[in-house]
Design a binder for this molecule. Structure first.
Ligand SMILES: [Zn+2]
Ligand SMILES: [Zn+2]
Length: 210
């Protein structure tokens, strides 16, 4: 309930499946979603997804959950590329290459430390400059160790892409996400062919200090 900001890379179900339950508990915790929660997202689908998440409360069976009581989170719709000043943070975004509109993020705190998120995306060269010098790079590897020709990648990357981008960008650390945990060791070794810094691969049920 201490979460006050949600940043969506894009609106595919695997990235918002928990939103309805989260908004429900957030509402009963604070009663004013608008004052306590900000959602930052690409503009194309976020309104519909927020509507669906609140409709899923089924307010006909829970009058307290009526939409006019709940309100909506504060919503920041991002441009295709640009920089957002957000509290003590600077949020840079560029468009991803994916099946739906998405963003890659670079978030920098007041000390100048930064973390990059590829979101779901196929490789494109700008990723290497956008993430240049980032402290931690969280990169998807949907294809794990499979090297797939760019034309055959419908908007996703492999551990090869993640390792190459992390190396070219000079990232301080690489975190591989968005593939089956059964690929964990092989994916880390695959990215390690290109990137020689620390590579992590979060596993459900474990906590790894970033
Ligand atoms: Zn996706
Ligand atoms: Zn996804």
């Amino acid at each position: 309930m201490n979460v006050d900001t949600i940043l969506f890379t894009h609106l595919h179900f695997d990235h918002y499946a928990g939103l309805s339950a989260f908004l429900y508990y957030q509402y009963f915790h604070c009663y004013h979603l608008h004052d306590h929660l900000t959602v930052i997202a690409p503009p194309e689908q976020i309104d519909g997804v927020l509507d669906l998440a609140i409709d899923y409360f089924r307010s006909e069976d829970c009058p307290a959950c009526d939409r006019k009581n709940i309100g909506l989170p504060t919503l920041i719709k991002l441009p295709e590329r640009g920089t957002l000043s957000y509290g003590d943070y600077r949020i840079d975004c560029i468009p991803s290459i994916h099946a739906v509109p998405g963003r890659c993020y670079r978030i920098t705190n007041a000390d100048g430390h930064s973390i990059g998120f590829s979101g779901d995306t196929a490789y494109f060269p700008e990723l290497e400059t956008f993430f240049a010098g980032v402290d931690t790079l969280v990169f998807e590897n949907s294809y794990a160790t499979k090297e797939v020709e760019p034309k055959q990648k419908p908007g996703h990357s492999s551990a090869h892409d993640a390792g190459r981008v992390a190396a070219a960008a000079g990232a301080g650390r690489l975190v591989l996400v968005h593939s089956s945990h059964t690929d964990r060791e092989a994916a880390m070794a695959c990215a390690g062919q290109y990137y020689h810094g620390q590579i992590s691969y979060p596993v459900s049920g474990t906590f790894d200090e970033i």
